[in-house]
Design a protein around this ligand. Structure first.
Ligand SMILES: *Cc1c(COP(=O)(O)O)cnc(C)c1O
Length: 350
């Protein structure tokens, strides 16, 4: 019991030392003059650089309180990288060995960061091979498979308690449209969309939740059909879109799905990076595409209001991939036409 108490205390003390993340208004005068305000909650400023810092904390607390992690337990996770970085941080805080099972394509920057926190990286050939490998490694080491894709939605406190939804809504309090018309998020585990969807209903807000889903992901088809056995090729946008329907993605909490092409996502990542004067990651680009589409729809209908989304992580994690022209040409394609079209969406309103 002593170890458990001190482990929970260490996580709580770490939380006490942390600050909340900023809500950034986007400088888009063309939309603003039409009565449409866009905001991004900057989740890149967490100590481990992404929104997964919140999830990792919740998963550790959930597993500790469930009696699934003990002194000396090896913690194993299947991840596309960001969760593993954040979990490696918390494993080090608790003095636990950590193994991340990830696709070989995961960005080098994330792999280096996991190693920096003392975690071990176990790379597999495809995104769909991570689950079985992680389960096997946990069995072999007598450790615990964290399994974010199953537990993300239930490990997170959705009624309040400083979750991302409560924080966003309270930061909007003094804006001209404090209750957003839309909240746009991507789905990897689906934990964020579930937390925000539940919070909105619980608070009886009129806000709707839109998931921006990259091409290749099964979530879009699953949302339409309800068929949980669907599989797909998976996504090329790191952090979002899955090759199988994850238990943590709760379809009934999502009001709308928008499929976004890879070239649109990467072009939007570039455009948003130049608007903000700092680099954002590719999943933030996917979010931005959906925000612009929704903003254009609202303007066409003469609707006013605010649209919120997330800056999920910073572009510095992807210098060798999404910010490398040769890599993009090979893995994503020509993004110039998409860039021009997105820029037109913004400029046409100026
Ligand atoms: C995990 C992740 C998301 C999606 O969040 P979920 O809550 O897992 O659905 C978006 N962007 C990045 C960079 C991520 O790592």
């Amino acid at each position: 019991m002593n170890w458990l108490h001190s482990a929970i205390s260490r996580i709580e003390a770490d939380y006490q030392r942390s600050a909340d993340t900023h809500l950034i208004p986007l400088p888009l005068p063309g939309f603003a003059s039409a009565g449409i305000d866009l905001y991004l909650k900057d989740e890149s400023t967490h100590p481990t650089g992404s929104l997964k810092h919140r999830l990792a904390r919740s998963l550790f607390l959930y597993s500790l309180c469930n009696g699934w992690i003990h002194e000396g337990s090896t913690v194993v996770e299947s991840s596309s990288g960001s969760t593993a970085v954040s979990e490696a941080y918390f494993a080090r805080l608790l003095g636990l060995p950590f193994i991340a099972v990830m696709p070989r394509s995961t960005s080098h920057e994330k792999i280096a960061q996991i190693a920096f926190y003392g975690g071990q990286c176990h790379l597999v050939d495809s995104a769909s091979a991570v689950y079985d490998e992680a389960r096997t490694l946990a069995q072999q080491t007598g450790g615990h498979y964290m399994d974010q894709f199953t537990y993300a939605e239930r490990a997170t406190d959705w009624r309040g308690n400083n979750n991302i939804a409560q924080s966003m809504f309270s930061q909007m309090a003094r804006e001209r449209f404090p209750v957003p018309r839309w909240v746009v998020v991507g789905a990897g585990t689906g934990g964020t969309s579930a937390t925000i969807g539940r919070f909105v209903r619980y608070q009886r807000h009129t806000t709707q939740v839109c998931v921006a889903d990259p091409e290749g992901s099964v979530f879009g088809d699953y949302h339409r059909t309800g068929d949980a056995t669907l599989t797909g090729p998976g996504s090329r946008i790191e952090g979002i879109g899955r090759p199988r329907v994850e238990a943590s993605f709760i379809r009934t909490l999502v009001d709308r799905m928008m499929t976004v092409s890879n070239t649109d996502s990467v072009a939007a990542m570039q455009l948003l990076s130049s608007l903000l004067g700092r680099k954002v990651g590719p999943s933030t680009g996917t979010n931005f595409v959906s925000m612009l589409n929704l903003a254009c729809e609202m303007r066409q209908r003469g609707e006013q209001g605010s649209i919120l989304s997330l800056l999920c992580d910073a572009g510095e994690r992807y210098l060798g991939s999404y910010f490398d022209a040769a890599w993009v040409a090979q893995h994503i394609g020509d993004c110039a036409p998409a860039y021009a079209r997105l820029q037109g969406q913004i400029q046409a309103l100026d």
